[in-house]
Design a protein around this ligand. Structure first.
Ligand code: FE2
Ligand code: FE2
Length: 178
């Protein structure tokens, strides 16, 4: 049968290729980061802000950690098996950045959680400064991955890429059964 303009091949929960799935995750990270910036800049905190806080909190407590786990637990070992010194250096840098992000992320999640409650106050300068550090690190990190990591993933042998996609989909079914 001829496929007519269906775009990239998809499986049940996303694109069928690893880089496409990671790129989708990065788009969602940037979307929720933008919402977090708007929340931090708001001078008031009403029901609309609480709804945004719930979406941001939900994304960063559920999906964001899964993305980091995919990279640390599936992508990094697959690339490490290729035994390329430059890939190893890149993986070390990205792993260090994940650890730094983890510390800032834990602090922010607590604040976003408080913002889901009625009576929450607008952002403080301390929150804005914390978010600015997270924002700068995430933005640089995503750009580094897209520039340096994605092409290396795309060059992995097809069976390795398919195994990663299968494991990514399984992790989401376990965590989030639909
Ligand atoms: Fe990452
Ligand atoms: Fe990433």
């Amino acid at each position: 049968m001829i496929r007519l303009g269906l775009g990239p091949r998809m499986i049940a929960d996303g694109p069928a290729d690893v880089v496409g799935r990671l790129a989708d995750c990065h788009a969602r990270i940037r979307h929720h980061l933008e919402a977090a910036r708007l929340l931090a800049a708001a001078a008031e905190h009403d029901e609309r802000h609480r709804a945004t806080a719930r979406a941001v909190h939900s994304y960063f407590t559920r999906a964001f950690p899964l993305h980091v786990e995919d990279e640390d637990g599936l992508i990094a070992p697959a690339l490490a098996r290729e035994d390329d010194p430059e890939s190893r250096r890149l993986l070390d840098t990205l792993g260090d950045q994940h650890a730094q992000l983890d510390v800032l992320h834990a602090l922010l999640v607590d604040e976003w959680s408080a913002w889901c409650e009625e009576g929450a106050r607008p952002a403080t300068d301390a929150h804005r400064s914390l978010l600015a550090r997270f924002d700068a690190l995430v933005t640089a990190h995503l750009e580094l991955e897209e520039r340096e990591l994605f092409p290396r993933i795309a060059a992995l042998p097809e069976p390795a890429r398919e195994a990663i996609v299968t494991a990514m989909a399984a992790a989401r079914r376990v965590r989030d059964p639909a």
